[in-house]
Design a protein around this ligand. Structure first.
Ligand SMILES: [Zn+2]
Length: 438
């Protein structure tokens, strides 16, 4: 099956930032065969006239907890919400069915906003994988390992056992990478951080965890180990090219040097970090050192929208304001972080993140006919400063068209919402226990 798209403003996000103003892309089955300027040299089984729309690689969300949809707008302004109600409520109320329908709903939201790959960490990841498989999106799915009982394990660290079975079952899926991940530097004992890392090594998966995110985490490490969390992870041998550190808000220059020297990557979540008032991570210091950085929406409880457009805009505003420099990152730099940068942070740059022959056909079309998209001299600026989720008109993952005219082609969003709501009754009842704080 060959699909030819013509008359698109193609942003390849290849290393040279090649761009075709009246360009074409040829998709052969699941992969990109060719892209270039002018009319396509081959005809397809299907030909699409993009009418001048922007066509870019599918966006890559490098940090998410997609099953947390039921928590959205709950206690958004509550201090220390993670420990006061998120941990206890998810332990009491999350079920496999709820994780499945919430994942499907969140995946639908991501696809509709142009995200074609996401990294997830949660519980019952088996059900997240089933949702991913059904929806057609690409997922790197981590079962969480944590030193407390959880909704899917009565014993602490049950995620290690669940996780290995999960990996064995799903490994080899064309779009799903199953893995295990410790929750954070301070919520798993050092031995379990190492055991989780060893499992990731055994199955050749990425290794990710929350790091240098919380004020109290920084204080604990300083008091208990006289080290930063980054130096501590390094002392355990856990900084490596497979390591993706989520957040990294509180980093010293020495921490950044260490991360760069060990070839580890960073998942930057500007929306959730600033919503919680935690701070603005030193991303310029990371990119200057060559550290791979991708953007994450974080979960729907932490970042609320699962849209990369929100991250683009907040990234620009916060980093420029924090540094008093409007030229600190160009719009093109920011689009790169959300596409090729994310792919590199996940070690998937040879598969996704750019429009080049042989890459997977994960693509997003952003229309320019809507009122907010005219005029458009610079397509990168349009994506960062003008565009919204609603401008996403078409989305492909591995050559399969999953969104057309802004609507899901393979799933019924209303039906997913109905089934999710049906499964939320007990969750809402149990949340009443926390009504004083949420
Ligand atoms: Zn997170």
């Amino acid at each position: 099956m060959r699909t030819v798209i013509e008359h698109a403003w193609v942003l390849t996000m290849d290393p040279e930032n090649t761009c075709y103003k009246d360009g074409y892309i040829i998709i052969e089955d699941t992969k990109i065969l060719k892209a270039g300027e002018g009319p396509a040299p081959l005809r397809g089984d299907r030909c699409i006239d993009a009418g001048g729309a922007i066509l870019l690689p599918g966006m890559v969300n490098v940090h998410c907890h997609v099953p947390m949809i039921p928590f959205r707008t709950m206690g958004d302004d509550c201090q220390d919400r993670l420990r006061r109600f998120l941990f206890p409520l998810e332990e009491k109320a999350m079920t496999p069915a709820l994780v499945y329908w919430a994942s499907l709903y969140g995946i639908a939201e991501m696809l509709l906003s142009g995200i074609t790959t996401f990294l997830d960490m949660y519980y019952f990841e088996e059900q997240a994988a089933e949702a991913c498989d059904k929806a057609g999106i690409r997922g790197i799915l981590g079962e969480t390992v944590i030193g407390q009982k959880t909704c899917d394990s009565k014993a602490p660290y049950g995620g290690l056992i669940y996780g290995e079975e999960f990996i064995q079952k799903w490994q080899g899926h064309p779009r799903i990478t199953p893995m295990v991940c410790p929750h954070a530097t301070n919520t798993s004992a050092p031995e379990y951080l190492q055991r989780t890392f060893a499992l990731c090594e055994k199955y050749h998966t990425p290794f990710t965890l929350h790091a240098s995110e919380m004020d109290y985490e920084m204080e604990e490490f300083s008091k208990n180990y006289h080290m930063t969390p980054t130096a501590f992870l390094d002392s355990l041998g856990l900084l490596a090219p497979r390591t993706l550190l989520a957040h990294c808000i509180h980093m010293t220059p020495e921490d950044l040097d260490l991360v760069a020297a060990k070839g580890a990557s960073v998942a930057h979540c500007i929306g959730s970090n600033t919503k919680a008032g935690k701070g603005v991570a030193p991303v310029k210091g990371m990119t200057e050192r060559g550290i791979p950085v991708g953007l994450g929406t974080d979960g729907p409880s932490s970042g609320n929208t699962l849209s990369m457009f929100t991250q683009f805009r907040l990234f620009a505003s916060f980093h420029k304001t924090a540094n008093h420099d409007r030229s600190l990152f160009t719009a093109r730099d920011i689009v790169r972080l959300g596409t090729a940068g994310g792919a590199r942070a996940l070690g998937m740059e040879n598969l996704i993140g750019s429009i080049e022959p042989g890459r997977e056909a994960d693509l997003v079309m952003v229309e320019r006919g809507s009122v907010n998209m005219f005029p458009c001299y610079n397509p990168y600026s349009a994506l960062v400063y003008s565009a919204e989720r609603a401008n996403v008109s078409r989305v492909w993952v591995a050559g399969q068209e999953l969104v057309k005219d802004g609507v899901l082609t393979q799933m019924d969003l209303n039906e997913i919402r109905r089934r999710l709501w049906e499964n939320m009754g007990d969750f809402i009842k149990k949340s009443q226990e926390f009504s004083a704080i949420i």
